[in-house]
Design a protein around this ligand. Structure first.
Ligand code: NAI
Ligand code: AKG
Length: 411
């Protein structure tokens, strides 16, 4: 099932459980605005290259729209739409005052030089600057982008609108970024996992963990989980997969991946087939790369007891059903990975206040938001007798529906 069909399906199931009016349901589903822009840049060799960029602004009932910008060859309109919608429900689950948006450019950042990436980012910003802003739509990093990308967007946007640090989050610290944002999604994954395990009388210590994706989210999640005594036995990224039954030395692997652009060639474990990573023996599986990777073809072979969705939309609805029958507990993306957007919110607040928080405050506030989010999701599960994904969707959709009705947009 494609990402948009899957996301719409989950939304509609939640809308029915909540008993939403059909007109309201329809209006919540349709994106506020979809933007498609052509971005042509001169390459370093003087030739021209054209790329297509997207920004989908899904909903702003609860506040400015918020969500990352992805640079990846598979960026396409339906997926960006789905990811924008997921951001709306995610911000509401986290209970931060934002709506949802997502953007991306269909490109392979690994094949572009730094100066080509800068030109591409600046051209994309020129095309969307009039529809983003600190109180309208606030981009952030996602796959293939990072603090440097945000710095270029900030600089290009500021040429049109004056210096505006709150127009993007996930910035470098020297440009108004927040301490703790780099690790925030991974740290949120740690807090979410701890909250879930507590329900089963367990802690992270001694759990065997497998992680797919070793970029910002996957590497921080692996590092923080291993610091709590979790045994990370296998990880993969686009370059390969590494396994060590006794536990990988994560700080060493992070250093290797940084120096070699990936985990391939790491000497502290055995190289395994990356396509087997999701079905490796473990207690906890953390998909932290692409969407749709857990589907009807592999769900029945998954051995983990818990799946923590650090990636967006890693699990197809058909797989959800198979996993539920097998008794595998899935902690859904719109709660499990909301630590990133939560600390983005803290960054935006600091930019607007003109005051910088220390890292302990950021991490302490994040922990409180993550624990409250888990409690709220569980309450919805109890009210509607549903599993965690539906509980999270009901929580998010209900909060957005209430804000929409209060603003009088239902007609
Ligand atoms: N960066 C953030 O704050 C947030 C990111 N996410 C989601 O987390 C996921 C990862 O994002 P980031 O870590 O930021 O991206 P990133 O670009 O830093 O890292 C992506 C990782 O996935 C790996 N990868 C790509 N294709 C793969 C494949 N076919 N098999 C295995 N690994 C593959 C890459 O090699 C890299 O290690 C995405 O789904 C993103 O939407 C969710 C919430 C916030
Ligand atoms: O930090 C943000 O604003 C959004 C991060 C994001 O794109 C996501 O949570 O999927």
């Amino acid at each position: 099932m494609n990402a948009l069909a899957a996301t719409n399906r989950n939304f509609k199931l939640a809308a029915r459980l909540l008993g939403l009016d059909s007109k309201l349901e329809q209006s919540l589903l349709i994106p506020f605005r979809e933007i498609k822009v052509e971005c042509t840049i001169p390459k370093d060799d003087g030739s021209l290259a054209s790329f297509v960029g997207f920004r989908v602004q899904h909903d702003n009932a609860r506040g400015p729209m918020k969500g990352g910008i992805r640079y990846h060859p598979e960026v396409e309109p339906d997926e960006v739409n789905a990811l924008a919608q997921l951001m709306t429900w995610k911000s509401a689950v986290a209970n931060i005052p934002y709506g949802g948006a997502k953007g991306g450019i269909g490109c392979n950042p690994l094949e572009l030089s730094l100066s080509e990436l800068e030109r591409l980012t600046r051209v994309f910003t020129q095309k969307i600057h009039d529809v983003i802003g600190a109180h309208t739509d606030v981009p952030a990093p996602d796959m293939g982008t990072g603090p440097q990308t945000m710095a270029w967007i900030l600089d290009e946007y500021s040429k049109f609108h004056g210096y505006s640090p709150a127009v993007v989050t996930g910035k470098p610290i020297d440009l108004g970024g927040s301490l703790g944002r780099d690790a925030a999604t991974g740290r949120g994954v740690l807090f979410a996992t701890q909250a879930l395990l507590e329900e089963y009388g367990k802690t992270i210590a001694g759990q065997r963990v497998v992680v797919q994706g070793f970029g910002n989210v996957g590497s921080w999640a692996a590092q923080l989980i291993s610091e709590q005594g979790g045994i990370v036995t296998a990880v993969s990224d686009v370059t390969g997969a590494i396994k060590n039954r006794n536990g990988l030395d994560i700080p060493r692997l992070v250093k290797h991946a940084r120096e070699n652009n990936g985990v391939k060639g790491y000497s502290g474990g055995d190289s395994i087939d990356p396509s087997s990573i999701l079905v490796e023996e473990c207690d906890i599986l953390i998909p932290a790369a692409l969407g749709g990777v857990i589907n009807r073809d592999n769900a029945k072979d998954i051995k983990a007891k818990f799946i923590i969705e650090a990636a967006n939309h890693p699990t197809d609805p058909e797989a959800d059903e198979i996993l539920s029958e097998k008794g595998v507990v899935v902690l859904p993306d719109i709660y499990a990975n909301c630590g990133g957007v939560t600390v983005s919110y803290f960054e935006w607040v600091q930019n607007i206040q003109g005051f910088m928080w220390d890292e302990d405050k950021v991490n302490g506030e994040l922990k409180m938001y993550m624990r409250k989010g888990f409690k709220d999701v569980k309450e919805m599960c109890n009210t509607h007798s549903c599993h965690l994904r539906m509980g999270a969707f009901c929580l998010g959709v209900n909060r957005v529906a209430r804000a929409t009705l209060l603003r009088g947009w239902e007609a």
